[in-house]
Ligand binder design. Structure first.
Ligand SMILES: [Zn+2]
Length: 317
């Protein structure tokens, strides 16, 4: 394949991602954002003069978790987190990266998940554990930059770079970059992909608490081709845009978290045919649908839009 072809395919993938419309990709846009949540009562005008303030400004300004019992409120892309707990900057089998962002806060269930996954990783040749990217802000909620999801302490990004050291300084954790594992705009894995990546993703998806794992399409296609054992975990591994420097883990709402909105489960089956279709569309982008409706511009989430409980989360000590 010529470089020119790869480049135009990549460009088209980006355009499709940005435009939406009625393509399967656009329908799948519900995937990473989560299905529209069950309707929870929102803050509305009870937030007073803050109601019409962009929620990201309020939640992005919080430096520590709320002194409340841990509880995710709302959905992955419209919610907040009470009682968020900070992931230790360094554990025996992990390091939290980019500490300056202060996004190493999560629900205790997520922190436990990360601990267990990192122990599994430490058993893989060449991996002493994992580097952990963004989880959530101290009180969750929308962020000033980056993710739309990661709002309720149940999403986490795990780097695809095997840790060479788990004794990195703060400065090193700001400067070191992960590696990209993709080739041909995500249609394939590149030469940095290893069987250990397969094993790590398999372990990550096999924890029953996991709702979905997002990774670039070529990785899923490769895993579908290489898996000779149980394939049931593949259902949770979902092809998505980006996600070639890290994979994204999403946990289901913990037991008892009644005001946390789960996403509909992925379609039944291993999802390998769907991943193959993503790959095909990257390599041979379908012509744009002339009847596609232009995507609605996204409106900023205001404090008023968040679940009612998020007011107390914001106001708590
Ligand atoms: Zn993520």
């Amino acid at each position: 394949m010529s470089l020119k072809r790869v480049t135009s395919a990549a460009l088209l993938a980006i355009l499709l991602a940005a435009c939406g419309g009625d393509t399967p990709e656009a329908q799948a846009n519900l995937d990473i954002d989560g299905t529209p949540s069950a309707v929870l009562p929102t803050i509305g005008s009870s937030g007073g003069e803050l109601s019409n303030v962009e929620a990201k400004r309020l939640f992005g300004a919080k430096s520590h978790g709320s002194a409340q019992a841990p509880a995710p409120y709302g959905g992955y892309s419209k919610g907040c987190l009470a009682g968020g707990v900070q992931l230790a900057e360094t554990g025996s089998t992990w390091q939290a990266m980019r500490l300056g962002r202060n996004r190493n806060w999560g629900h205790p269930e997520m922190l436990d998940y990360i601990d267990k996954l990192s122990q599994r990783a430490a058993q893989l040749p060449g991996w002493g554990g994992i580097y952990v990217g963004d989880i959530s802000q101290p009180r969750g909620g929308p962020m000033l930059t980056g993710h739309r999801s990661h709002q309720i302490g149940l999403d986490a990004d795990i780097w695809l770079l095997p840790p060479k050291s788990l004794a990195l300084s703060r400065a090193q954790r700001e400067s070191i970059s992960s590696i990209s594992l993709r080739r041909a705009a995500g249609a394939y894995v590149n030469e940095s992909w290893t069987p250990q990546h397969h094993q790590l993703l398999k372990a990550a998806a096999s924890d029953p608490r996991v709702a979905r794992i997002f990774i670039f399409p070529g990785a899923k296609v490769q895993m579908c081709a290489d898996e000779t054992g149980d394939r049931s975990y593949l259902r949770k591994i979902r092809p998505w845009y980006g996600h070639h420097y890290h994979f994204h883990v999403r946990l289901t709402c913990p037991p008892g978290a009644t005001d946390c909105t789960n996403q509909a489960a992925p379609p039944p089956g291993d999802g390998c045919a769907e991943a193959a279709q993503w790959q095909k569309n990257i390599l041979n982008p379908p012509p744009p649908d002339p009847n596609a409706k232009p995507a609605k511009p996204r409106r900023e989430i205001l404090l008023a839009d968040l679940p009612a409980q998020c007011k107390a989360v914001l106001d708590a000590n």
